[in-house]
Design a protein. Structure first.
Length: 331
């Protein structure tokens, strides 16, 4: 074997393909660790590349292709003490996104809506937005970039934005049906309906009741335990117990509501039934274990990434809705 060539020897990917006895595209995929190439072939090509002193010049390739091979994932939520970024939302979505994009040879840039003018975001090939924001404000902001955009949320009538999300109407309806089965008809909906997803949950909830109950809508200031506690505490102080069921737009809100009820010696579910949304890991271990609407967040992340890849490749893409499931426990 000839001595290794220096990095700047001018060895091209075509040269490497000729030495390895494979196609140029196979070399490219192998050096990007693509699963489209077997592990044995990847190892063979990496070994030859090392012996020949070849290094993939990513910057030159990207400049030649007119791409950065990166996608910016923008998290709409504002980090808060009571709702950390380490929660299943958005981490499960991010896990699915990263798995798909890195497998396809793309890097993932994670940022927030406050940092859209930074170089990594401006240079990205596409944007994935997690959360539409109040009145869809975050979507409006990102669309101004002109980059391919896919959003986690709820489709809005008349919009051409590609959206992946859960069937929030069905999720809301399943909560209503559960309350009706229990004979609960004086109900509270706890969630900020200015957010499209929450609005869909509330609409599905009210529609499924079909006039067989009353719904008092409360808008907490955040999706946190503290906000749920404060809302139900204020309601009990103002009106006393005029309700027998609470449907919260997130598990944290539901848990806060249960704590507020407990402090007034109102037992759950004997006096008031409570249903949350998201089915986070903490829901099953909460005391009492929380009934909650399950979202398939990791599957959603995979789907977001696949639609982004299709958009960047010029393929036709449509919005898609994932199923939900009511996980009945003890509340």
């Amino acid at each position: 074997m000839a001595p290794p060539k220096p990095v700047d020897s001018g060895l091209t990917m075509e040269d490497l393909a000729r030495v390895a006895g494979v196609s140029k595209i196979t070399v490219s995929r192998a050096l990007r660790n693509s699963p489209l190439v077997t592990e044995a072939t990847r190892e063979k090509i990496r070994k030859i590349a090392e012996e020949q002193g070849y290094r993939l010049n990513v910057s030159a390739r990207n400049l030649r292709m007119g791409r950065s091979y990166s996608v910016a994932v923008v998290v709409e939520m504002t980090p808060a003490k009571g709702r950390p970024m380490s929660d299943p939302y958005p981490l499960e979505l991010l896990g699915g996104i990263t798995q798909e994009l890195t497998t396809a040879g793309y890097s993932v840039v994670l940022t927030s809506k406050q940092l859209l003018d930074t170089a990594p975001v401006q240079g990205a090939d596409g944007l994935i937005l997690l959360g539409q924001g109040s009145h869809g404000a975050a979507v409006t902001t990102l669309k101004k970039t002109g980059l391919p955009l896919v959003v986690w949320g709820a489709p809005e009538p008349g919009s051409d934005t590609i959206v992946v999300g859960s069937d929030n109407r069905k999720g809301g309806a399943s909560a209503a049906q559960r309350f009706l089965e229990q004979g609960r008809t004086k109900l509270v909906f706890l969630g900020d309906v200015d957010h499209a997803e929450v609005q869909e949950r509330c609409a599905g909830f009210i529609d499924a009741l079909g006039g067989r109950g009353t719904v008092h809508i409360m808008r907490p200031k955040a999706f946190t335990f503290e906000a749920g506690f404060d809302c139900i505490t204020a309601l009990l102080k103002k009106k006393g117990q005029l309700f027998d069921g609470v449907f919260a737009a997130s598990d944290l809100l539901a848990m806060g509501a249960i704590r507020a009820l407990a402090e007034k010696n109102l037992r759950v579910p004997e006096a008031v039934s409570v249903i949350g949304y998201d089915d986070t890991p903490g829901a099953a271990s909460f005391v009492p274990p929380l009934t909650s609407v399950h979202q398939y967040l990791r599957d959603g992340g995979v789907l977001l990434a696949r639609k982004m890849l299709d958009l960047m490749n010029g393929e036709a893409v449509t919005s898609e809705v994932l199923p939900t499931m009511l996980m009945v426990r003890q509340t």
